[in-house]
Design a protein. Structure first.
Length: 201
């Protein structure tokens, strides 16, 4: 979260972007280096800091548990973004606009085209963009579409059944037939490699 992109932490980039597009409350789930992240958020300007709520984990909780604990204060939809993924602001805006107009889908999933999906996630879709299958970390070398680290989720799916479930390998797999895929370009996954980090920087 604190990796520098253009001389500012990628977390700040996400905070600025979400604020600009009108997100009222930003929840930051922290576990690794949580003290540093909390200290950084506390150093921000008051008007920015007031938009942010920190969810510190005492142990590494399943995403389903985090969402369940937050459900009572969430709206009807929640935007989930991976903080180690850099997506150009114009692409984020386009994704949200398209996701909000997608009918009858519980999850709108941002996807990117990859030359090799080994170790990532494989998203299979039909010609309309409806997801037909979601496979977490396939053990094969081939091109395909992968989860791009951003999604818009209907909070109606957050129930007691999801408490012990992880996001990609469980929740997304369970709801794969209720997902719409939206293609995104100009993405840099900071976690991919040091070479990718320098592209972002």
């Amino acid at each position: 979260m604190l990796t520098l992109i253009n001389d500012q932490p990628i977390l700040k980039y996400w905070i600025d972007t979400l604020t600009e597009i009108g997100i009222e409350t930003i929840f930051i789930n922290v576990f690794h280096l949580k003290e540093r992240i909390i200290n950084y958020v506390n150093s921000l300007q008051k008007d920015i800091k007031d938009r942010i709520s920190i969810y510190p984990e005492k142990f590494l909780e399943p995403v389903g548990m985090v969402l369940s604990n937050l459900k009572r204060i969430l709206g009807s939809q929640i935007l989930i973004a991976n903080s180690d993924t850099y997506i150009e602001r114009s692409e984020i805006k386009k994704f949200i606009q398209m996701a909000k107009t997608a009918p009858d889908f519980l999850i709108c999933l941002g996807i990117e085209k990859r030359e090799n999906i080994r170790g990532k996630s494989l998203v299979c879709l039909d010609k309309t963009g409806r997801v037909t299958d979601f496979i977490e970390k396939p053990d094969k070398d081939e091109p395909g579409y992968s989860y791009a680290g951003i999604m818009l989720m209907d909070t109606s799916i957050i129930s007691s059944d999801v408490v012990k479930k992880e996001l990609t390998q469980d929740i997304l797999s369970d709801f794969k037939h209720h997902m719409m895929a939206i293609k995104i370009s100009n993405i840099i996954d900071i976690g991919d490699s040091l070479e990718i980090y320098y592209q972002a920087y």
